[in-house]
Design a protein around this ligand. Sequence first.
Ligand code: COA
Length: 531
Amino acid sequence: MTVLKSRIDTGADEFIANVEAMNAKLADLDVEFRTVLVGGGEKYVERHRKRGKMTARERIELLVDEDSPFLELCALAAHGSQFTVGASVVVGIGVVHGVECMLVANDPTVKGGTSNPWTLRKILRANDIALANRLPVISLVESGGADLPTQKEVFVPGGRLFRDLTRLSAAGIPTIALVFGNSTAGGAYVPGMSDHVVMIKDQSKVFLGGPPLVKMATGEVSDDEELGGAEMHARVSGLSDYLAADEQDALRIGRRIVARLNWRKRGPEPVAVAEPLYDAEDLLGIVPCDLKIPFDPREVIARLVDGSDFDEFKPDYGSSLCTGWATVHGYPVGILANAQGVLFSQEAQKATQFIQLANRSDTPLLFLHNTTGYMVGKEYEQGGIIKHGAMMINAVSNSTVPHISILMGASYGAGHYGMCGRAYDPRFLFAWPSAKSAVMGAQQLAGVISIVSRAATEARGGVVDEEADAGMRAMIEAQIEIESVPTFLSGMLYDDGVIDPRDTRTILGQTLSAIATAPIEGTSNFGVFRM
Ligand code: COA
């Protein structure tokens, strides 16, 4: 055992200030999450209940195993947009009859559960996660189809929703649709493309076009039941495989379907678990309020990994990046954690070797971000920082073991890419409330624009207006600051959720367990490394 030793002084003024700052951010986040929980708002929830229906979250709660956790993903989708936060759909990983499944539940209290551009992106993300990790998908359907005013953004790309479902099926991943209400037009293809379909008597309505549309199109007069009622689909069209008596019965049948899938995990079994030696509570005070101040990621690792046991790789080489091996909830991981913010050539080369080693031993990788990017400057350019950074990005891009990224502090510039940012398809990416991500820091970005525009003014023979320049810098800085924070980035679906640092170990355990549903296989096939 190589047990990490913590050097944190939890009584130090600086630590206490960090905890206060983190708690303030968590309180703000809590307000956001409470808004998400009320879906379309009290008026619509009330109306929904008066119809004798359960909310999307209540349905999920009854579907998953008793007392099992539900890992909700992308809860803040659409934050900062014109649409309701959460994007009228609840998605996440839940355990149904002992099987980890991807649950996708339309929220009918938000615009009839219709899909706007953010709903679409969120469901596509859920499908990607299901495919990569071999998770059965259960759709809890009640949706009026496309959000008509924004149809131009959902209609064409929205075709992927249905393509994904059948591709999941072709990959041998089961897809189950439990239809709770209206499932019109595009919504009708969700049961249409699913392997197993349950509908509820007198409640589910599945048709390509409702009675008014049919009357418009062909002049035929019909009612809901004959066009798309559950009984008709169970007895006549054959679209439904099971006819449920009510919502509870549909959820019960859904659980029975999963029980009969005979689903087996294909990844490794976890080994025995020892809890970390240090308190997760301390994670609130490790990241400094000012991200320019570096912190030791070993303090974080000591609170995330089993037994705080960490075998560091190349500790004396490229020390601005800490790399090493550990287990989390019994699952082996290789960890890459930024230690001093900047990545130099040595760090990039060390990371590349480490990623290759993880691929040789089929070990998933965990990236803990706090980086301002690769080092700039004459000495470093001449030393080949571009080719070394590219080498690390090559390794990250072509590595086939699962990756998980946690944004703890800064995640700027190409450092975000090298550390497996969103575009590099980590299986999961979560951000702490203290994280910030952008092409560079707000102050630096405003400064760069100022230098460029000053030079342009001077080149034209003009005189720099200092007051205007200061105003412009302040404005840009404020804008970039707003666009770099986790709630904003989460709204854009650039992460799978903003999490309380204290929950990180649990969430890593849940995601590593979900990941182990699929086989874990590394590669030795990387792009050409520019030496
Ligand atoms: N696009 C955008 N908004 C829609 C919508 C759609 N497809 N369907 C419903 N809405 C809006 C309604 O205008 C209403 O908004 P408001 O409360 O701000 O006035 C809100 O969603 C709730 O709709 P409502 O009809 O009151 O809810 P309901 O629960 O009684 O019925 C539906 C829900 C989905 C069954 C019903 O609205 C419907 O049939 N919509 C049209 C479905 C359709 O034809 N879709 C084709 C898509 S390709």
